[in-house]
Design a protein around this ligand. Sequence first.
Ligand code: XBP
Length: 249
Amino acid sequence: MIRALLWDVDGTLAETERDGHLVAFNRAFATAGVPWRWSAAHYGRLLEIAGGYERLLYDMQHRDEAPAAAAGRESLARQLHQLKNGFYEDIVRSGELPLRAGVPGLLAECAAARLPMAIATTTTPGNVAALLERHLGGDWRGRFAAVVTAAEAPRKKPEPQVYRLALGLLGLAPHEAVAIEDAPAGVEACRRAGVPVIVAHSHYFPTLAVGAVVRAAGPSLGSGAGWRPSAETPAARIGLEQLRRWSGG
Ligand code: XBP
């Protein structure tokens, strides 16, 4: 029996990586006067590093133009990350980052069914608040029984801390929840926490294998087409009933 739905944020609720964070990182580079920019393809590779600050630090290790000393790189990464988050919030508030297809419908269905939901992300809390406030309104927090971000779970995905904390706040065992994810790091975090997961592929992660922890994977929650295992009604968006079938609850 599913007793809660756990939502990843980046790539799952919205295409935030390609259309939000990447654009904001490049604006931060220009504003800070650093000479490099990230292409969409390079950013895709950098997504192996969880966390925007950590991603900046990793990238600087391979740049001759970056400060030579570790302390200098850390200070620049902090400055760039703060700038990036400001630009990201501007992008979100401008309405340029819609929720992905099927997300509003599933959020509404869970609310109507009084199924508790949680946010389980290791992104910066301000990024999450900006996105959800833009789309769900000022009282967005009230829609979730728990909100866990990098502030509460500093050990980022693929570490399972974020899922364990969310389960603890909900008072549930791992098998009583289902997570919605898009990325390998998120799936790995679920695997280590023991939480079954449904994968809605995103721009940067167009394929992920169905296996023990991944109960189903498909292109979008907005359509029943293209899912493995197949959805019961391929024409319809993915709803709670379908999630229950896949997760055996
Ligand atoms: C996604 C991430 C984040 C974002 C950038 O986390 O890895 O690092 O790319 O956000 P999740 P920050 O899949 O858990 O939502 O710059 O705030 O780290």
